[in-house]
Design a protein around this ligand. Structure first.
Ligand SMILES: [Zn+2]
Ligand SMILES: [Zn+2]
Length: 335
């Protein structure tokens, strides 16, 4: 396909994205050319744009929660037909032969490449993706509602797996990931305790509407001890706070790619086999399993939609905590 496309481009971290006209890229042998319909805006995008993740490709088209249709396939890209609607996640490629890949941990691949960070992503009318890292999407989700499944949903789901069967689950930070995950957790008959900034009454109300047993400030102690807590807010001080809230043997899962420093804390908080761990990236198995589960729950996403050209406004809204649910860029007009 010839011609040009609109793209929102990061030229320099710390600077706003610029609307530019780029040539429509040509797919390599194993790649798909994708017509982007929608792309959700993730907190990781903020970390990239703000320069907290320090090794982006530049210039860069951000965005790794892509909903698109296949416009053209490279000669060795088999298995997904032109015209198929697919989702593209953060994991853009893994090598398949390093010791992590061969042990079911391609999320930790030594040579992994990430969408909207090391390869161009979805804040554009077209993008390329490796055919093995595109996933057919469930029917019944309009494009803008499907987009947040691709990271908020997927990473949240991986965090939930790492939390174990924990019947009493705490969620710190009630944004895009938590609003999806609470629906999965309730479907699994878990009790959910939602923690937000202490003054965020709207966020706490939103959590209760979605079935939280309790919602309060992150400085509060929940009414009963938790079996696990997942941290989506990128605030290191929440690690000791969450350790205080979990029972003996409890797990604290840090779901973000970047977090402010964790303050020192007494060993007492970790004693009795409490565990602190991070979750990094995702595997294709996570994607397949979550995309099969989402329509069964059924997960419904609440979205605040921005046109592509307003990507900077969407990022600002996310940075300032003004988004209820997930922020999504509408790229194709009738998406
Ligand atoms: Zn690998
Ligand atoms: Zn993300």
């Amino acid at each position: 396909m010839e011609g040009s496309m609109r793209a929102m481009v990061l030229r320099e971290p710390g600077q706003p994205l610029r609307e530019e006209s780029w040539p429509i890229p040509r797919p390599g042998p194993e790649e798909l050319l994708l017509r982007v319909h929608a792309c959700a805006v993730c907190r990781t995008d903020l970390h990239v744009v703000d320069g907290e993740l320090t090794r982006p490709k530049l210039p860069l088209v951000p965005g790794h929660e892509i909903v698109a249709t296949v416009a053209e396939a490279g000669p060795e890209a088999r298995g997904i037909e032109v015209g198929t609607r697919v989702g593209v996640p953060w994991l853009g490629w893994s090598c398949g032969y390093c010791r992590f890949c061969v042990s079911g941990r391609e999320n930790l691949c030594d040579f992994g490449r990430f969408t909207g960070y090391q390869v161009d992503g979805g804040y554009a009318e077209y993008t390329l993706a490796h055919h093995r890292f595109c996933f057919p999407l469930p029917e019944g989700y309009p494009d803008v509602h499907a987009a947040p499944l691709m990271c908020a949903g997927l990473i949240g789901f991986r965090c939930l797996r790492m939390a174990g069967d924990a019947p009493r689950l705490g969620l710190y930070g009630f944004g895009a990931a938590a609003h999806v995950l609470i629906q999965v957790a309730r479907h699994q008959a878990r009790r959910v305790y939602a923690f937000t900034r202490s003054a965020d009454a709207a966020g706490q109300r939103f959590a209760r509407e979605l079935g939280a047993t309790w919602a309060g400030g992150s400085d509060e102690v929940p009414p009963e001890p938790l079996d696990a807590a997942i941290l989506f807010a990128p605030v290191g001080a929440l690690v000791p706070a969450a350790l205080r809230a979990v029972d003996k043997g409890g797990v604290v899962v840090c779901g973000g790619i970047h977090m402010s420093d964790i303050p020192t804390f007494s060993y007492d908080l970790l004693w009795e086999e409490r565990v602190v761990r991070s979750v990094a990236n995702l595997t294709r198995a996570d994607a397949r399993d979550f995309l099969a589960l989402a329509p069964q729950v059924p997960v419904r996403t609440e979205v605040q939609v921005f046109p592509l050209a307003q990507a900077n406004e969407a990022l600002a809204a996310l940075r300032e905590g003004r988004v209820r649910g997930a922020a999504v860029l509408r790229v194709l007009e009738d998406a």
